[in-house]
Design a protein around this ligand. Structure first.
Ligand SMILES: C/C(=C\Cc1cc(O)c2ccccc2c1O)CCC[C@H](C)CCC[C@H](C)CCCC(C)C
Ligand SMILES: C[S@@+](CC[C@H](N)C(=O)[O-])C[C@H]1O[C@@H](n2cnc3c(N)ncnc32)[C@H](O)[C@@H]1O
Length: 260
């Protein structure tokens, strides 16, 4: 029986020593398990984001894309693109003369992204190319991109330092990376509110779709994330010349902007 109570090819805890397995806590530690998680939630991911954030996530993603400074004609990358929200926003910025690469390791998320693209008529959306790949080993040459976005991805990769160094490598000098995610606050009240919302709203709603464990992971991944200051340090240590973390939406979310 897997930690999800479902028959999965691998359970989220199989690779862990027995004493570290917990029936009450989704342990989604390795890359393959996260791949399985995001493949599983792909069919309902967009709808739940809209419902659970009351549509606010669209605003946060528009802010992240604006902070990337992507402009007409640019060659840009949306890392951990999932169902493509930021890639679509980037394509509206760079236009049909530009190019957007959307990279993710979840085939199911990319299938949703491609389906959404086929339903959209605007010519700018045709400049998006979807790539199944690993954010920790990008299939791109050095200094290729005019801007990079990463929405709710850095918290989910298994090696954040390596991901940050890969972003640095493929970004053109003087260009920006814009990384949107939940904010790991230093304020106990904000942390309490975030955890309360996830425990009492997010997970109960997800349980209607038999995805309670996947959304419980959300809380543990946020608690294991980096604070804004630690994210700035991570970027500077990866080689970025400057880094600034902005808290948004009352401190629920945050966006790191770093310049190569
Ligand atoms: C777009 C959002 C989250 C994306 C996301 C990221 C992950 O790492 C996941 C991991 C596992 C399952 C799902 C996800 C996932 O969806 C943010 C909005 C959607 C959130 C699920 C809703 C979070 C609600 C906040 C705690 C409170 C929002 C207050 C707002 C002012 C209404
Ligand atoms: C929460 S979703 C974010 C999707 C999208 N950026 C958005 O803002 O809605 C996180 C995405 O990161 C992807 N991901 C996690 N680790 C990855 C890795 N090492 N390489 C590529 N994609 C990864 C997952 O497959 C998932 O689609």
């Amino acid at each position: 029986m897997s930690v999800l109570g479902l028959a999965l090819p691998v359970t989220f805890t199989d690779h862990l020593p027995v004493n570290s397995r917990s029936r009450h806590r989704p342990v989604v530690q390795c890359s393959n398990e996260r791949q399985i998680l995001f493949n599983r939630i792909a069919p309902v991911y967009d709808n739940l984001n809209n419902l659970l954030s009351l549509g606010q996530h669209r605003i946060w993603k528009k802010m992240a894309v604006s902070w990337s400074a992507a402009k007409t004609g640019d060659y840009v990358l949306d890392l951990c693109c999932g169902s493509g929200d930021l890639a679509f926003l980037l394509s509206e910025k760079v236009g049909s003369n530009g190019k957007v690469m959307g990279l993710d390791f979840s085939s199911e998320q990319l299938a949703v992204a491609s389906s959404r693209q086929n339903l959209r008529a605007r010519s700018c959306y045709k400049c998006i190319e979807w790539i199944e790949g690993d954010a920790l080993d990008l299939p791109f040459d050095d200094c290729k991109f005019d801007a990079i976005t990463m929405g709710y991805g850095l918290r989910n990769v298994t090696d954040r330092d390596r991901a940050m160094r890969e972003m640095y490598r493929v970004l053109k000098p003087g260009s920006k990376v814009s990384i949107l995610d939940f904010n790991k606050s230093n304020q106990p009240i904000a942390t309490f509110m975030q955890n309360w919302m996830i425990d009492n709203v997010v997970v109960p709603v997800a349980s209607f779709y038999s995805l309670a464990k996947e959304y419980e992971y959300l809380k543990y991944s946020i608690n294991g994330y980096l604070t804004g200051q630690e994210l700035e340090t991570l970027a500077l240590e990866a080689g970025f010349s400057s880094a600034r973390h902005y808290e948004i939406s009352g401190g629920f979310m945050g966006n790191l902007v770093a310049v190569r």
